[in-house]
Design a protein around this ligand. Structure first.
Ligand code: PLP
Length: 223
């Protein structure tokens, strides 16, 4: 086993059953993705459309690619044919565009609503209030080529674990609220995507079942 495989195995060993591990491979070369693929990893996260396009063309078709970054509406058409999940839907306009492009390919694309709970100003996403408003509006129900699977969020980048935990708790509360208001009995609304390298252990303790881990697997990114 090489170092990346060792890291991947040790993370897998600490993650409970039922928690999906998205290996965040952005800025890492195709060879390193292959190394994970060889030991069974099939779910990878990328955040730039052009980089993803190249990797998707070169790598096996049974990889589930998750788009985890901010996605511009004019880029949706490029990933619509193959993307497995779009995790960072942060406007209704984007959701409509995904729906339109998915329909062109006779697909239904799984999406998560990105909610903004962190303290940082610059992050994308719906506030809990605007997320509630979107769902209450009901218009989204007409979008038959997207399927809302759950919520995604990032905690504040801090060493203050109680702050991180309380942000994840807010996300979980919102998830439960929306689930019971709009998706009760819909098994597919079941994705709670929170937790990255520095906080995925807390995230899982706070109800996450979908963690997005890059650095702990591949090492630091060079941008
Ligand atoms: C880059 C990225 C990650 C992975 O971050 P690491 O700290 O390397 O684990 C997770 N989620 C999103 C949205 C990202 O952009």
């Amino acid at each position: 086993m090489n170092a990346i495989q060792t890291h991947l195995e040790s993370i897998r060993a600490t993650i409970p059953q039922g928690v999906e591990l998205v290996a965040v491979s952005k800025f890492h070369p195709i060879e390193e993705i292959k190394t994970c693929y060889e030991i069974g990893q099939r779910c990878f996260g990328e955040s730039h459309e052009q980089e993803l396009r190249i990797k998707q063309q070169e790598l096996p078709n049974d990889i589930a690619w998750h788009f985890i970054g901010h996605l511009q509406a004019n880029k949706v058409k490029y990933i619509a044919p193959y993307i497995s999940m779009i995790e960072a839907v942060d406007t209704y306009k984007l959701l409509k565009e995904i729906n339109k492009q998915a329909a062109k390919h006779n697909r239904v694309i799984d999406c998560l609503l990105e909610i903004h709970i962190a303290k940082e100003e610059t992050k994308y996403g719906f506030s809990p209030e605007s997320c509630r408003e979107l769902l209450a509006g009901g218009e989204w129900k007409e979008l038959k080529s997207v399927r809302l699977r759950g919520l995604m969020c990032m905690a504040t980048n801090t060493d203050n674990t109680s702050q991180i935990r309380s942000e994840f708790q807010l996300a979980l509360q919102l998830f439960k609220e929306l689930k019971s208001a709009y998706f009760s009995g819909e098994d597919y609304f079941n994705v709670k995507s929170w937790g990255m390298t520095h906080d995925y252990k807390f995230a899982i303790e706070e109800g996450s079942n979908h963690v997005r881990v890059g650095t702990a697997i591949f090492g630091a990114r060079t941008y």
